[in-house]
Design a binder for this molecule. Structure first.
Ligand code: NHR
Ligand code: GAR
Length: 210
């Protein structure tokens, strides 16, 4: 069945671009129906428009409360009747009502090896902890921040002399591989969730070593 995807961004949108490009190049049974940003200046909105994708800016600062923003956001999302909602560098914490409305069809990518380093400033925290490995995690979103069932992870080395930007760039290159793959699996119906564990039905590796 053909699936509609809505992608939420806050800035650059390079993960969103990777998903749009793979979807077209690989002929997924899916369409990116809309890209929605909580920042009107998000660079990714221009990319979406140039590719004929509906681009919506919904400024969280124009809403009186988190709940009001969440409601406005889900109203915008539901205009596109999506099968899947993808957070791709989306920087606003979402409330339990919002998350519940999209239960089982809301994905995020987080730039750490969860359950290590949920929240912000993950690259700097991994360096300061002396980690020798870092990476990214695609997970289903649950109300508890960065704690949902894990779909796929990538691992990269932390190298001597790395600063935050160097490590972020190394991880980002792997995000552009694992996020499109995870979304493809979802739209192909290849993911099953049981007991809080995500299984890939073909037995494909859910780990990328970058
Ligand atoms: N919402 C829920 N309920 N659960 C998750 O797992 C979520 C989520 C919303 C976003 C992405 C996330 C990440 O991958 C994400 C996962 C924003 C913050 C944050 O602190 C933290 C984690 C994530 C996204 N945001 C600040 C806030 O007050 C604003 C920061 C800013 O604007 O720069 O919302 O890391
Ligand atoms: C990515 O590294 C993503 O993992 C991270 O922000 C970057 C967004 O880049 N997400 C978070 O930190 C979520 N809190 P992009 O806009 O180019 O996809």
């Amino acid at each position: 069945m053909h699936q509609r995807i809505v992608i939420l961004i806050s800035g650059r949108g390079s993960n969103m671009q990777a998903i749009v490009q793979r979807c077209a190049a690989e002929g997924w049974p899916a369409t990116v129906a809309a890209v929605i940003a909580n920042r009107p200046d998000a660079a990714g909105l221009a990319f979406a428009r140039e590719h004929g994708i509906s681009a919506v800016a919904l400024d969280h600062r124009a809403h009186a409360s988190r709940e009001a923003f969440d409601s406005a956001l889900s109203a915008q999302i539901d205009r596109f009747d999506p099968h899947l909602v993808v957070l791709a560098g989306f920087m606003r914490i979402l409330g339990a009502d919002f998350v519940g409305h999209y239960a089982g069809r809301l994905l995020n990518i987080h730039p750490s090896l969860l359950p290590a380093f949920p929240g912000l400033h993950t690259h700097q925290r991994a360096i300061e902890a002396g980690c020798k490995a870092a990476g990214a995690t695609v997970h289903f979103v649950t109300p508890e921040l960065d704690h949902g069932p894990i779909v796929m992870q990538s691992v990269v080395p932390v190298l001597p002399g790395d600063d935050e930007d160097a490590l972020a760039d190394r991880i980002l290159a792997t995000e552009h591989v694992i996020y499109p793959l995870a979304v493809r699996w979802f739209v192909q119906g290849k993911l099953r969730l049981a007991g809080g564990i995500v299984y890939q039905l073909d037995g494909a590796a859910q780990l990328l070593i970058g």
